[in-house]
Design a protein around this ligand. Structure first.
Ligand code: UDP
Length: 331
């Protein structure tokens, strides 16, 4: 019989790619997602229940009907800048609801969870690349949300036997356009889709901050293909199945690119000019975030295989050209 994985936020960007991979590898995938971004999701390889992941009626139905092997939790508010403006919403959705869900899992005796954490738990770098022991001093409510949940996971593991893997993503990027999968945030705040849409629609792309301590003054990020992230979830699941110790792992490439370098690369891949305009720093942004992923390599056997920057941008560009219904006001 197929093992059942419950995926919270499985219709979102990273969740949908991971759900696809799970189903391809023979798992039964049940998704709970409220379609926050009004995204379309009509893939045959998963069952989608449109609901909030703390809806008790839905949870009772799902946990009673299916023998759930493990949960993957992607359902979160993700915009760092927004989290600075609306911390109450972010704490409610990302922390309070997650704790409520964990309590439900414990009640139903489902003990395995893979949690979507973030490199935002680290804050500004003391050293680059950052390993998992880097000091945690998040500079945004979003980063703090993720850290609070990580502490809760540790405590639940100690007290209630929860088994967890927390995956600290660096910058998820790229797409699987052939599977009709890619980024569909509404509003979109991420650099790659915004750059590509600006190119496609001949609009201006805003550079947030040109006075950072980097080679050209713009922020440094580590871009990791969403398929590599999806693959890490499968390895994390297999690791927990073998009674691996609950732990946190960085998922990145170890290579950092500035915003300006990303602009140059996007122009190269698309063969078109990107019009840019300098703006002040965006609140909550850390100067540089680059992963040391050696722990994930050693313990999970994971490494990035699809995260060459050209491939990331090519797949993202193919996806952007595929989806027709851009909302102009997003730009
Ligand atoms: N960025 C930018 N202009 C944009 C969107 C993002 O200059 O329109 C910068 C942002 O300040 C950060 C980097 O691109 O330095 C990556 O931001 P993104 O929102 O994609 O990911 P984050 O690192 O916040 O998760």
């Amino acid at each position: 019989m197929k093992k059942v994985i419950l995926v919270l936020g499985g219709a979102g960007y990273i969740g949908s790619h991971t759900s696809y991979l799970l189903s391809k590898l023979g798992y039964e995938v049940i998704i709970i997602d409220k379609l926050l971004h009004s995204q379309t999701f009509n893939h045959p390889w998963a069952k989608l229940i449109k609901a909030d992941f703390t809806n008790e009626e839905v949870l009772n139905f799902v946990f009673d009907k299916f023998e759930i092997e493990a949960v993957m939790h992607f359902a979160a508010f993700i915009e760092v800048g927004e989290s600075v403006k609306r911390p109450a919403d972010f704490y409610e959705n990302n922390v309070v609801k997650t704790l409520k869900f964990l309590n439900f899992m414990m009640k139903k005796k489902v003990k395995k969870i893979i949690f979507s954490s973030s490199c935002a738990v680290y804050g500004d770098p003391i050293k680059i690349p950052m390993d998992e022991n880097h000091p945690k001093d998040p500079v945004s409510p979003y980063g703090k949300n993720k850290l609070v949940v990580e502490y809760a996971l540790q405590d639940y593991a100690d007290a209630y036997g929860l088994q967890y893997v927390s995956l600290r993503y660096f910058n998820a990027s790229g797409a699987l356009p052939d599977q009709n999968l890619g980024e569909q945030h509404n509003p979109e705040t991420h650099i790659i889709p915004l750059m590509l849409r600006a190119i496609k629609n001949k609009k201006t792309f805003k550079i947030f901050g040109t006075d950072y301590d980097s080679v050209d003054g713009t922020c440094v990020r580590d871009y990791i293909h969403v398929l590599d992230i999806a693959n890490a979830h499968i390895l994390a699941l297999q690791y927990l199945d073998k009674n691996g110790k609950s732990d946190c792992f960085n998922l990145g490439t170890g290579n950092g690119f500035t915003v300006q370098q990303m602009i140059n690369a996007a122009q190269k891949v698309t063969g078109q000019k990107l019009i840019t305009q300098n703006h002040p720093r965006r609140a909550g942004d850390s100067t540089a975030l680059v992963a040391d992923y050696s722990k994930a390599k050693k313990i999970l056997g994971w490494e990035p295989k699809n995260s060459d920057l050209d491939f990331i941008l090519k797949t993202a560009w193919a996806w952007e050209r595929k989806i027709q219904n851009f909302k102009q006001e997003e730009l």
